[in-house]
Write a protein that binds this ligand. Structure first.
Ligand SMILES: *Cc1c(COP(=O)(O)O)cnc(C)c1O
Length: 461
């Protein structure tokens, strides 16, 4: 039976995964979630122990694509998406001290976002194979989504890509991964503002019904449900490689990655705890401690992909916390918009705490973690992964093993920070070294939405 998706805001019709993927955001401004999560039985999950990453990916994704993408084409898409990864089985699970590190960074741009976006690129191409007009993909990025989206979508037919990034956000490597790609359908635009500004501009464009229809607007941000689905796979994969029920520690920004863990749980995967790891932008950690969501000014940290205050995907979990009552959800989101914060009821907070734990690490602790791990274990973390590991260490007395920490980026993606911690510059994998020599193409606009619209009009195909 085809899995259907409805909006968290409850004011758009339910659609299949094709429509949910191409739309990105639901027409009522909400996020798509399955009407019902398909269930994987303990027997099916046990079979995954003997399967490769690609086999597990097919098993998990086929259920969501049934009736939309034929099985043989889905297999082929999975093969093409994950054939470009360097690890023998797409990801690697390695022991570092008494933690399990799930390396998700072996794709083309060295961050876990490749796992979802490589897949999404091929799925988009398949969905648009007979399109008579161009689809315009717009995305906000603090660095990694943009580079992964560009790597996945460069030169794809019928697709025009506009990626907004905060001018001062990304590392040199992240920026060059966006600006050195010569493909004519790619436009990476530096915005004179923060990541939250970029994300607000994307939402603003989507709210413009005329442009949305005229340009066939879509997005590859993690508000796109297809990305979440692709990320379910590695939770099933990692769980199949350890003994006992694991906790997952997830360096968190937009709440997409950890929401995929929650989704895997909803599909039947046994998980002990999902741990939100925050840097100094600890709004989510404060929520899980207090039940109040109250944004503070964004701080720039050495883990820039987590420098976020408004985590869009959190709405998906909040919807469940509201018992899928869209009216209640809309009330909370309106409070956030109008009053600047919201609080959930005590019993909702308790329910959230049953599933999630949370912790934070500041820049000094992040650097210290990179250093001590290099000294004690000879293993190098990128700063985002180090935030997760520090939180895992802080909470380890309360968590039972196995503890799986998601390694979200390769250390070479943040060489200055790693060097600051251990005096060693991690070597850049050869697949990136060549890109760094290419000339950059830099576009800029302000946070004024009309400036962006004009830019897009001038540059669209
Ligand atoms: C995007 C990103 C994160 C945060 O993931 P979310 O899905 O936004 O919570 C963490 N680490 C790295 C390296 C990232 O690129």
């Amino acid at each position: 039976m085809t899995v259907m998706f409805h909006s968290t805001r409850g004011q758009s019709p339910a659609v299949d995964i094709r429509a949910a993927t191409l739309a990105g955001l639901a027409p009522d401004g909400g996020l798509y979630v399955p009407v019902e999560w398909p269930q994987f039985t303990p027997m099916t999950i046990a079979l995954m122990r003997g399967e490769s990453y690609a086999q597990i990916a097919f098993r998990v994704l086929q259920v969501f694509m049934d009736g939309v993408i034929p099985d043989d084409i889905l297999r082929d898409i999975i093969e093409k998406s994950y054939g470009v990864f360097d690890a023998p089985d797409v990801t690697s699970l390695v022991d570092v001290g008494n933690l399990k590190i799930l390396e998700l960074f072996h794709g083309p741009t060295l961050a876990f976002k490749d796992i979802a976006l490589q897949f999404l690129g091929h799925v988009f191409e398949y969905f648009l194979r007979d399109a008579t007009h161009t689809t315009t993909i717009i995305g906000a990025t603090s660095g990694d989504t943009g580079s992964a989206a560009i790597a996945a979508l460069a030169n794809r037919k019928n697709i025009d890509v506009f990626i907004l990034y905060p001018e001062k956000g990304p590392s040199d490597i992240q920026r060059k991964q966006m600006t050195c790609v010569a493909a004519s359908n790619i436009h990476a635009i530096a915005i004179d503002g923060t990541f939250d500004d970029c994300q607000a501009m994307v939402k603003n464009l989507f709210a413009n019904k005329n442009l949305r229809a005229e340009w066939n607007l879509s997005t590859v941000n993690s508000i796109n449900m297809l990305r979440i689905l692709a990320q379910l796979v590695y939770y099933f994969y990692a769980a199949s490689r350890v003994d006992g029920v694991a906790s997952f520690v997830v360096p968190t920004g937009n709440f997409g990655d950890i929401f995929a863990g929650y989704a895997a749980m909803k599909c039947g995967l046994p998980v002990r705890k999902l741990v939100v790891a925050s840097n100094s932008n600890d709004i989510l950690t404060r929520f899980f401690e207090t039940g109040a969501m109250s944004p503070a000014p964004v701080q720039n940290t050495i883990s820039p992909s987590m420098d976020i205050q408004i985590s869009s995907n959190f709405e998906r979990f909040l919807f469940d916390l509201c018992g899928q009552n869209a009216t209640q959800l809309r009330g909370l989101m309106n409070d956030l918009k109008d009053k600047g914060s919201f609080s959930v009821a005590e019993e909702q907070k308790v329910q959230a705490q049953k599933i999630f734990a949370a912790g934070r690490a500041d820049d000094a602790q992040t650097l210290e973690t990179i250093k001590t791990t290099q000294q004690n274990n000879g293993y190098m973390f990128d700063p985002h992964t180090a935030v997760g590991v520090k939180v895992a260490q802080n909470l380890s007395a309360n968590l039972m093993h196995p503890i799986i920490c998601l390694a979200t980026a390769h250390p070479a993606k943040f060489p200055e920070t790693v060097h600051r911690a251990i005096n060693i510059t991690p070597p850049l994998p050869s697949k990136l070294a060549a890109l760094m020599q290419q000339p950059e193409r830099i576009y800029q606009t302000s946070t004024d939405i009309n400036a962006l619209i004009d830019f897009m009009k001038d540059h669209k195909k």
